[in-house]
Ligand binder design. Structure first.
Ligand SMILES: Cc1ncc(COP(=O)(O)O)c(C=O)c1O
Length: 391
């Protein structure tokens, strides 16, 4: 029975040649973003491009809730992290990295690649970081140049207590505060200025719903006055700032992606910050209700509103389950590093809406059933709809 459903659904998917993107990025592109990117190029050393960059800069400032510059870099989100690190860390002082997942540890990998000493705050994957433990570590390392925090850890679905973590850094240290907001800015209220963040990083394929390829780094005045001594060239943010003040970029930018970004930011502004955060919260709550109704367990002890990480039921191979979902028409992400095969990650980011949640859950139901896991069809979907209806 399960096999029959699987085969016919697979045929359907194969003919469509595409599966819905319900992973935590990249996400489906709104039509306005696609159309904006489809047009003829303009040259970037022109007033027309400068006008776009100025509009985009204002839009990014709005999303970041900051009066500071938010720079646009060509590269993925990790490029933004590397830029923040290489400009604001130092060769003669440690960086404290708050751990707890693959992306949190990326900060440490970048720092080590530049020869910077790393002091790691160990956090079990799936748990939220403790502000008290961070405060103690900072007191033990008073010469820390920078602290790195990942607001929402996409590899585990954890929401760290970002306000309390930022507050402890501000209160107990002089270190610069570098935050990966790649799956947090736009998902929840995360005001760069209000939290005293010195460098806040995001990437185009998440909340913005633009293809991968642009990174954004908001930088505080404090950080500009404390540029570090690490060698850099392509990621020299001071050079970028000097050009971006005039609507330019230091090097040839990803022009088409910036067209898409302009359209994306207009859509986000039309929706409004509170509505955007509310939509993410509703999709996350409905997803959590759906997986719970299917008898599945969340991986995260403190789930975030960007991605729901679900434990794969005992006896099932998580890699095969993610592949089955793909064959059935939904890209649901698997686990990373030691969590490979053990969890699935359903995204609710940027362009995701109720229909995406329902699609992800119904595909999961079919996939589980086709692999022999008992499923009462519609239970997960029904619980999600009930949650939407209640909100
Ligand atoms: C929280 C977080 N940080 C960093 C990254 C890395 O971004 P990219 O793959 O764009 O380099 C991701 C990507 O999923 C992420 O979710």
């Amino acid at each position: 029975m399960g096999q029959r459903i699987f085969t016919s659904a697979r045929c359907e998917f194969m003919s469509a040649q595409k599966a819905a993107l319900v992973a935590p990025g990249p996400v489906p592109l709104p039509e306005a973003v696609r159309l904006a990117m489809a047009g003829q190029l303009i040259h970037h050393r022109t007033p027309a491009f400068e006008a776009i960059m100025r509009e985009v800069g204002q839009g990014l400032g709005w999303l970041y809730q900051t009066q500071q510059d938010v720079l646009v870099l060509t590269g993925s989100g990790s490029t933004g992290m590397e830029a923040a690190l290489v400009n604001f860390a130092r060769s003669d002082a440690p960086v404290v990295c708050v751990g707890g997942g693959k992306f949190a540890l990326r900060w440490a990998e970048v720092a080590r690649a530049y020869g910077v000493e790393v002091v790691l705050l160990e956090v079990p994957w799936g748990q939220a970081a403790s502000p008290e433990a961070l405060g103690e570590l900072l007191e033990a390392h008073p010469n820390t140049a920078a602290v790195t925090i990942t607001a929402n850890e996409t590899s585990t679905g954890v929401h760290h207590p970002i306000e309390a973590l930022c507050a402890v850094v501000r209160e107990r240290s002089e270190a610069l505060l570098l935050v990966d907001g790649i799956t947090a800015v736009g998902v929840q209220d995360l005001g760069m200025d209000a939290l005293g963040i010195d460098a806040l990083v995001t990437g185009s394929q998440k909340v913005y719903a633009v293809p991968p390829g642009l990174a954004f780094v908001g930088v505080s005045e404090r950080a500009w006055s404390r540029l570090g001594d690490l060698p850099r060239y392509g990621l020299d943010l001071a050079r970028e700032r000097a050009r971006q003040c005039d609507g330019q970029t230091a090097f040839s930018p990803a022009i088409s992606l910036i067209f898409g970004l302009q359209a994306a930011l207009r859509l986000l502004r039309e929706e409004g910050l509170e509505a955007l955060w509310g939509r993410h919260a509703r999709c996350a709550q409905a997803t959590r209700a759906g997986v719970a109704a299917l008898g599945l367990e969340l991986f995260s002890a403190a789930p975030c509103n960007a991605v729901t990480a679900v434990r794969v039921p005992d006896g099932l191979d998580g890699v095969a389950l993610a592949t089955r979902c793909l064959e059935l028409g939904a890209v649901i992400a698997g686990g990373q590093s030691h969590l490979k095969g053990k969890i699935l990650r359903i995204g609710h980011l940027g362009s995701h809406r109720r229909a995406d949640v329902i699609h992800a859950l119904s595909t999961l139901e079919l996939a589980l059933e086709s692999m022999g896991h008992p499923v009462a069809f519609g239970k997960g979907v029904g619980a999600a709809l009930a949650r939407f209806s209640a909100s």
